[in-house]
Design a protein around this ligand. Structure first.
Ligand code: HEC
Ligand code: HEC
Ligand code: HEC
Ligand code: HEC
Ligand code: HEC
Length: 386
């Protein structure tokens, strides 16, 4: 389908889904239907380790996440009810697929859950948000990476090659505001430009690290690679270890700082466009060790502006990019700072900010739970000055 046709189709499908949902909000008992999508707790009976890893990941909390809920309330206030389905299509995709706009189904509340991903039959990697095809007709048919799965009577199984490729993740990690024009999630194109992509390393290889084992307690087969459902990332303990280095020196009287993205895969920060940032700061000391001054050397990330040119604004209001400075995969960026008089030492700190300062103050004022969103130091360096 051409992009324009796909957009027109999607707009019509969204409009139809919204009116269907508003006409008939399903009775709660409808969710008890045994033919509908199942809860992850049901899969846990045979896929225990997979369910536990997923449960601890951000995927299992993508609907309940208080930072998302605050964003959803803001988006709804700014853009009206019609924006809700868009947000749900990536953050609570079963709700979007069943036009359950109030997210009443407890399985939909599980966010990006097993029976959503494993019922995706196809992905057409594109900046169209939610570019997956979800097959609601056969909830008990699990698509996956094995051409020779033997699930017995547990469920049906089918091999879908996309599960083993980055394109699968592109369905949500690449998206634009189709009516406004900026790409608000762009991890997939950033990956495609990396050496990791050229070498055939997929998102799954880094974010679902594989190990030999059994895919199920009931499996007959020992598999060379079972992919962990940890979705490791900045919110996983240790997920930001050794992702960047910082170094400095003096060149023609100025401080020259180099920042390197050492883990490749894609640019740093890696996603959540406009919400996350990385700051590079220098503190200068004199010979006695007294602090002389503090310099904000650089900020990495992307900021959007709204139709009036004001920013930074969150992704749902972004119409243009007002600022973008990221650390590309496999690359070093160079920054400069002036050295104050009498400075004998500079301390450099590179810090990951899960929520950029512009939004943090707002979320704090609204008493949103920001547990686990503290800044994380990525790298430090000491530079002696002549
Ligand atoms: C194309 C899929 C897609 C759509 C549509 C989408 N998001 Fe997101 N959203 C993401 C992804 C992927 C992330 C995580 C990026 C990361 O962690 O780097 C995210 C992250 C977020 C976060 C940050 C959560 C946190 O805890 O830090 C908020 C808030 C958010 N989205 C709100 C919204 C709202 C509100 C809407 C609707 C206007 C929306 N999103 C639409 C894919 C999407
Ligand atoms: C009664 C046990 C049982 C239950 C419950 C169960 N599975 Fe399975 N599943 C298996 C077995 C056994 C296999 C085969 C593993 C193999 O061949 O290595 C399997 C294979 C799979 C595969 C691989 C399919 C492929 O072709 O690559 C996926 C995906 C999967 N299950 C998802 C799920 C999901 C999601 C749920 C919950 C909705 C679930 N399973 C519930 C036993 C079960
Ligand atoms: C974000 C989408 C996503 C979610 C959510 C998800 N999976 Fe998967 N799953 C995948 C992908 C992708 C693979 C294939 C990885 C590969 O082979 O490269 C996979 C592989 C599997 C396999 C084959 C064995 C393995 O681990 O490689 C089983 C079984 C499975 N998933 C079960 C589950 C169960 C049970 C849940 C919920 C607790 C779940 N999945 C949640 C995407 C997902
Ligand atoms: C249905 C949409 C969807 C699909 C498919 C999807 N993701 Fe996500 N992913 C999200 C959303 C939404 C978030 C943010 C959740 C939140 O912050 O509440 C996210 C967050 C993440 C994070 C950030 C974790 C952290 O610690 O901050 C990583 C890493 C990630 N996804 C990797 C993947 C990989 C790898 C795949 C493909 C195997 C994939 N995702 C497929 C929607 C999706
Ligand atoms: C070579 C390994 C590697 C590959 C391949 C890779 N990533 Fe990452 N990814 C990382 C590392 C390391 C981080 C933590 C640093 C960061 O936050 O950028 C990360 C972070 C992320 C985050 C969180 C970004 C943030 O700052 O909130 C998301 C989302 C993500 N990756 C998605 C993907 C997707 C989708 C793909 C495939 C299109 C992919 N990654 C491919 C290594 C990789």
């Amino acid at each position: 389908m051409a992009a324009a046709d796909a957009r027109a189709w999607r707009a019509a499908a969204l409009a139809a889904a919204v009116s269907a949902a508003l006409a008939a909000v399903p009775a709660r008992s409808a969710w008890a239907d045994a033919t509908g999508p199942r809860s992850a707790t049901m899969c846990a009976a045979c896929h225990g380790p997979i369910q536990r890893a997923w449960q601890a990941s951000s995927k299992a909390h993508s609907w309940t996440n208080p930072v998302f809920q605050a964003g959803l309330a803001d988006a709804r206030a700014a853009r009206g009810e019609r924006i809700v389905l868009r947000c749900l299509s990536c953050h609570a995709p079963l709700a979007a697929a069943s036009a359950d706009l109030s997210v009443a189904n407890p399985v939909s509340q599980e966010g990006i859950t097993c029976n959503f991903c494993h019922n995706v039959s196809q992905v057409e990697a594109s900046p169209l948000p939610a570019s997956y095809t979800f097959d609601s007709a056969k909830p008990n048919l699990m698509r996956g990476p094995y051409p020779d799965a033997e699930p017995g009577s547990a469920h049906e199984a089918a091999y879908v090659e996309t599960f083993t490729k980055s394109e699968f993740c592109a369905s949500c990690h690449w998206g634009d505001n189709d009516d406004q024009g900026v790409e608000f999630e762009a991890t997939f194109p950033a990956w495609r430009a990396s050496r990791a992509a050229a070498a055939g390393r997929q998102c799954q290889d880094c974010h679902m690290p594989p190990a030999p084992g059994k895919a199920s307690a009931l499996s007959k087969k020992q598999r060379p690679a079972v992919y962990a459902h940890t979705f490791v990332g900045p919110r996983t303990p240790g997920g930001l270890d050794s992702v960047a280095t910082v170094a400095g020196g003096v060149v023609r009287g100025r401080l020259r700082v180099t920042v390197r993205n050492t883990r490749g895969g894609h640019a740093l920060p890696g996603g959540g466009h406009s919400l996350r940032a990385i700051s590079l700061e220098a503190v200068f000391y004199d010979a006695a060790g007294k602090e002389l001054s503090h310099a904000a050397v650089a900020t990495y990330g992307t900021e959007f502006a709204d139709s009036a040119g004001h920013g930074p604004v969150p992704k749902w209001l972004g119409v243009t990019v007002r600022y973008s400075h990221e650390i590309p995969a496999d690359s070093t960026v160079v920054e400069w700072a002036d050295v104050p008089a009498h400075a004998k030492r500079a301390a450099l700190t590179l810090t990951y900010l899960p929520i950029a300062p512009a939004y943090r103050a707002r979320l704090e004022a609204a008493h949103v739970d920001l547990t686990g969103r503290d800044p994380v130091v990525l790298a430090r360096a000491e530079v002696p000055l002549p």
